[in-house]
Write a protein that binds this ligand. Structure first.
Ligand code: PRX
Length: 640
């Protein structure tokens, strides 16, 4: 049976049931959606749970599937559409041109000594060269690790140390809302801080800001590209389970984890998701407003749409500049059929004149997909009615690489339900488990969203360089059961729709950016005035959540006056800006003389958070000193 034939005859529930009952048969069929240089033998090896290996012995390549295989039929069709409203540039690369640029970049990387299996760290703004660099790595079998351009030196250094790259690819600067953000000084500090020293740094000079070059280490891309204009770099055929990339993400501890992904499983999972979930067809245009520094950028700016033979629109800019119609003007201009964004972007637009939604011809657009944070009902309704298009929420994680919950209109036109990201996608054996007992909870009962292994193709293989951390972190939280924890609370209604109720751990979600409160606490604690601190996520009408910090000073008299408090708050925010990046900056820093803790010394973050959100702080029987909570209450002016 050809790939996908199963879909025609079945409902989403049947499709899902088969994907679990006959994993190997199901995924063997999906594997026909991509090109294999050498066919795989076994479909799945899960003999060492919770590790799963997919399509064993098969040889393929992500870059081949994203670019080369479309050359025959689509050489002159658009592949990468780059739009920057920051620099007022627009450029369309056909598949033929993309192929050339990727080979040039690959040749430059090779000339700098990059070999198969080497790591290349990409710290770049949303420019075409960032996509070329990712695809070039995939082509030559190097492992890319993209670090979000909004992260600063400290975050960057810890990622450099973990990945030990031979090469860093960067640019002079990014630009946000008209403000140039220099990258090179941050990178230079990071390279000073890092113990691991990459041999080379490849710099794309956009001409936005001058930068220093370290002789022998730093190379300009433009002259090297000139030298390799006619480069012909064949793809490396990689075994399906070789590593394609690592992408760092935050969790409970202060050290980010390198989510490691394979080659074949990822390609198959993305191809299947483009067909069944996003319903995108070759020759059409896909537009995701995300950033290549996040998982959505990996799966649904670069690899997914290109694997499907679609043009992908890569956008550097905000939803509001030059005016709040910019996203829709791009949909009209490039005949976008599938669009992907985050609820925060829509909430930003919601503050503008709604007529911006109807000024352009959106007839090409079939659906707007939203993910990354909870989609509140008013926002979903506003954008759905304003555009007159289906809005499809989807829930997933950096770890999974593609949606866990959604509706799959390529299989069945299941209706969406406001407030719910939908139902389990094929391949995920999803359960809701009681936090303490590990038992499955009933309909309408809250539980931890968990996945029974093996994780489907495309999901993380392990934590980079640390199998034990993979098992410990993700598979050891539900007592007595080897199941993957998403660290999200969920609930299921009688019709099988899931609802996500927030995190079970200390991860917060600011404007769709996933941040660990521990990282922010560590950064604040590095300030010499700070004795200890606690950071919590507080509900925010625009960003979903914002970070709020409570700081105990070594010398409380330093915060005696309003002026002193304000000055110190500014200093602490600047510390986070410099170390982690503005994305992690707390929106408020409150000074207290004591943090609410249990008698065993655990900070009562959930109670602090509750007070910040004017909710009941919950069970306080174990609190060491109730006056600490009183201080929090006063600081935030709570009346609970
Ligand atoms: O808490 C969930 C929330 O974002 C987390 C994953 O974030 P990240 O690793 O950055 O991956 C984003 C991929 C889209 C989840 O554990 N989250 C993501 N999507 C949703 C969501 N919460 C509610 N609804 C969603 N649709």
């Amino acid at each position: 049976m050809a790939a996908g034939d199963t879909a025609k005859a079945s409902s989403l529930k049947d499709f899902h049931a088969r994907s679990i009952a006959d994993r190997e048969g199901f995924w063997a069929e999906q594997a026909a959606l991509i090109d294999w240089h050498q066919p795989f033998g076994r479909v799945l090896d899960d003999s060492r749970p919770p590790f799963a290996r997919w399509f064993l012995g098969g040889r393929t390549n992500l870059c081949h599937n994203a670019v080369d295989r479309h050359l025959a039929a689509q050489r002159d069709a658009p592949a990468l559409i780059h739009v920057s409203t920051e620099t007022d540039t627009e450029r369309v690369y056909t598949f033929g041109e993309l192929h050339r640029e990727v080979m040039r970049m690959a040749a430059v990387m090779r000339s700098l000594g990059v070999r198969r299996g080497d790591r290349v760290l990409i710290y770049m703004p949303m420019i075409p060269e960032a996509a070329f660099a990712m695809l070039a790595c995939a082509r030559i079998g190097a492992i890319h690790s993209v670090v979000f351009g909004g992260f600063a030196s400290h975050s960057l250094a810890s990622r450099i140390d973990d990945a030990s790259p031979v090469l860093v690819v960067s640019a002079d600067a990014g630009s946000r809302a008209g403000k140039v953000v220099p990258y090179k000084p941050l990178l230079d500090v990071a390279l000073e801080l890092a113990r691991s020293k990459p041999a080379s740094v490849l710099m794309v000079d956009r001409g936005l800001v001058p930068f220093d070059r370290k002789p022998g280490r730093d190379h300009d891309y433009a002259p090297l590209r000139e030298r390799h204009l006619d480069a012909d770099v064949p793809v490396e055929w990689l075994e399906s389970n070789e590593v394609s990339y690592t992408l760092y993400t935050s969790g409970t501890t202060g050290t980010p984890k390198g989510v490691q992904r394979d080659v074949g499983g990822y390609a198959v999972a993305l191809a299947a998701s483009m067909k069944y979930i996003f319903c995108g067809n070759a020759g059409e245009t896909y537009f995701s407003t995300s950033d290549i520094g996040w998982v959505v950028g990996h799966s649904y700016i670069v690899y997914g749409p290109l694997i499907a033979g679609m043009a992908t629109l890569m956008y550097e800019g905000t939803p509001l500049r030059p005016d709040p119609g910019i996203l829709w003007r791009l949909v009209e201009k490039y005949r976008v059929t599938v669009m992907f964004s985050a609820p925060t972007a829509i909430r930003v637009l919601k503050k503008q004149d709604p007529s911006w939604l109807t000024r352009y011809d959106l007839s090409s657009l079939r659906a707007l997909f939203l993910a990354g944070e909870p989609l509140d009902e008013p926002t979903a309704r506003w954008i759905g009615e304003g555009l007159g298009k289906p809005v499809i929420d989807n829930y997933w994680q950096t770890e999974t690489g593609w949606p866990i919950l959604s509706v799959a209109h390529g299989i069945e036109k299941t209706p969406t339900r406001l407030g719910s990201p939908g139902m389990p996608m094929y391949g995920y054996d999803l359960r809701l488990l009681h936090e303490q007992t590990g038992e499955e909870v009933g309909v309408n009962e809250k539980g931890v969203v968990a996945i029974v292994p093996p994780l489907p193709p495309g999901c993380m293989q392990t934590v980079w360089g640390n199998d034990e951390r993979f098992v410990q972190t993700y598979f050891s939280t539900v007592p007595g059961r080897l199941v993957y924890s998403t660290f999200d609370w969920g609930i299921r209604d009688p019709d099988g729709y899931f609802f996500i109720l927030g995190r079970t751990d200390d991860v917060i979600n600011v404007a769709g950016h996933r941040l660990g409160t521990r990282e922010i606490e560590e950064s604040l604690s590095s300030h010499p005035a700070v004795a200890e601190c606690a950071v919590v996520g507080v509900a925010d009408a625009l960003k979903g959540q914002v970070a709020t910090a409570f700081v105990v000073l070594k010398d409380p008299s330093q915060a005696a006056s309003d002026d002193a408090r304000l000055a110190l708050e500014g200093q602490l925010m600047a510390t986070v800006d410099q170390q982690l990046g503005a994305v992690a900056r707390p929106s408020r820093v409150h000074f207290v003389t004591l943090l609410p803790k249990t008698r065993s010394g655990k900070v009562l973050r959930r109670s602090i958070q509750a007070l910040c959100e004017a909710r009941d702080p919950g069970d306080l029987t174990t609190i060491e000193d109730p006056s600490a909570l009183e201080q929090v209450r006063q600081a935030v002016g709570a009346r609970v």
